[in-house]
Design a protein around this ligand. Sequence first.
Ligand code: CTP
Length: 404
Amino acid sequence: MVPVLQGKRVVLGVTGSIAVYKAVALASTLYQAGAIVEVIMTEAATRFVAPLSFQAIIHRPVHTSMWNLLAETEIGHVTLGRLADVLVVAPATADILTRLALGLADDFLTTTALACTAPMIIAPAMETHMYQHPAIQGHLGVLKSRGVYVVGPEAGHLASGATGLGRLAAEERIVDTIRLALGRGGNLARRGVVVTAGGTQEPLDPVRYIGNRSSGKMGVAVAEAARDHGAQVTLIYGAMAQPQTTGVRLVSAPTAQTMHAAVMEALPQAHALVMAAAVADFQPAIQADQKIKKKADTIGLTVELIRTPDILAAAGSCKPVGCVIVGFAAETENLIANARQKLEQKGADLIVANPVPATFGTDESDAAFVGKEGEAKSQGRISKVELAERIVNWIALELLQNEN
Ligand code: CTP
């Protein structure tokens, strides 16, 4: 379950593109994430995939015609437009883009779009030259100027056999944009949240480093949850693949030094800082310019290590007024006692105490919240996504209390 999607009515408009089959998978993902999915198919879309495919997945009838609804007491398109929490058109053809931009209302999807006051997301999919045509670019510009979110298209293999721009955006990007749109006006709206994620790598020479096994999943989950609550999020990520997340400002910081600099730069504008990164405590005193070579008689190597900056402690000592700071404690023993010590020593407002290495790289956590009142509140074994949601809700409440 994705909390921001749970119980939300997502109206999915499907139009006549070869990419319609991907919309079936999208509908399934949204349904499994807890959304109420309503599908509207244009007549052209039904030529590619039968409505039954969607119906079987979303467990409700698919809307294909305005005229079927005349028997109902309520006007279908107006009702759906009013009930929608978000309207997503994926895949969106050149034709639907044009009709939406012009405000035409000649079928169930376009009439619903006109009657809908919820945020709208469009994921175009078409042949490259069609997409690049000034007419389509003009219509996209009009839609964007009205606040419509446009996701993709992406470059890659197209149905025509050519390679180019025009593929439907990846499902994760569309879902992320839906989450972003649903989160607008959430309990962290207009708040700046800085999150760090992943481990750092401290170079020994141009090819070797000292690092740790953090996957970065926890930090990315916190950044996404904060985004889902309407925050303006800066995600400072360590030595890990660039997170594929939408609506979050990304800053790469692969070493403790670069992460320290990035956090210090972002902190003055932040209402909250979440230090989920596993920052290396030591770095080699000397970083060799060239690869360190062994000789025939080398029997060992001694590397001198020096302390890295403690970023959390540095942030705690100069935090902006009203800013909330959350740290983590990764412990193999004495979890709560060590977490309490870190809370005090580093000037944090909350420490999320984590037994390691059990949760490294997994999707689950077994954490406890250790707050200023000193109490440890076990969160039980829950997913990192759920833990992130609880951390973000804790921050929102804390910020509210700081204000009053
Ligand atoms: N942290 C930090 N800078 C460091 C080391 C840690 O900001 N150089 C932060 C981590 O992001 C985390 C918290 O401090 O939020 C605690 O990290 P942890 O690794 O549990 O503890 P350490 O402070 O490194 O102490 P120790 O290794 O002795 O347990």
